[in-house]
Design a protein around this ligand. Sequence first.
Ligand SMILES: [Zn+2]
Length: 393
Amino acid sequence: MNESDNQVLPPEIPQAGRQVGDMQYFIEFPKAGLLCTGSFVAVRGWVWHPKGIETVECRTSRGRIPTKTRFGRADVFKALSEHPRAFHTGFYLEIEHDIWASGAELWAESCEGEWARFHTLDADLDDGSFGRAQKRLLEILVCPSCYRSIDFHIPACAGCGRPVEWMGDVPSFLGPRPSPLARGEQVSRHPVMEIIPEYLDLDSGGLFLDAGAGWPPDSRPDIIQVEIERFPSTNVVADGAELPFRPETFDGIISHAVMEHVKDPFGYAADLVRVLKPGGKFICHSAFLQPLHGYPYHYFNTTLEGLKVLFEGVKILDAGVSKFQLPWVTLEWILRSYCAGFTDSDEKERFKNMKVGDLLGDMDEDRPLRQFQSLTEETTLELAAGVYILGER
Ligand SMILES: [Zn+2]
């Protein structure tokens, strides 16, 4: 062991995040002063301490909430990679609406057992729309296996015994599932409200279902949001192919960018139709030439004819390509991903400097793109023209 091995390095601070005392931290959400909507305030960020972080907790005037999930983050590791002690703790916690008192403090415990406050949350929570939608949900909620009514906070179906997990006031038929927000991933938030009114009359006083709602930036008391994991606005956690509602329950149904993410698209389509009232309308957007993407898995893309087959037997009022799914979206997506996927920076530069004509070559024997070989495995899967499996029985 040489001398330098015995030296204790002074705690240097990485150049990222905000600094409080010895600590550095960053809060992804909620943003200060912004209005949060839904059943809980989701808090996600990371904190760095020269002695390491043991845990993070949230303190409100009504109680303490421990961290739900801790995780490492590639982007933070990258930002701190030069640092001799590049450890940090990504954290995620949820403050239920009944414990949120319009503010909360974030505290961290170092690995040496010292507690320190590092941030004060000051967002407002509006749970009005969520609460009213939840009230309507509890009037129509049934067991997805036997269709018996499910009462508020019961632990299992009184008919078949199927477990019901309650996360705050939100029932789950898929067990207690960690929120996708807990994984530190980017979550896209589709402004679905801008898409629906074209197709569905939301002001008819009816009740609507958003099957696979994600985490929309806005929500309404007359739209029940179903997801397979819980976001702040989610009303019930359930599988789309096994919806916990009686037949003919909804006046209208929205399924936006969900079809490609379900394992059983035929079962999902059939269950949407099952819970729709006669005369009710549904709008279903599905991926066709979108590359492999996100949350949580991507299974089947559909052509327009394929989408019609999924809904065979149902009256089709209109079908086509919406303005946010025009071919330029496909082309841009593919080119951006292609560009981002190079492991060889020279190839990347060469690719970026090509014109469309250069990419196409003479449209015959010459295939200029063939010479680019340094795509990552992820990008190859994301943009492949086809895939295969080899089987045996
Ligand atoms: Zn049951």
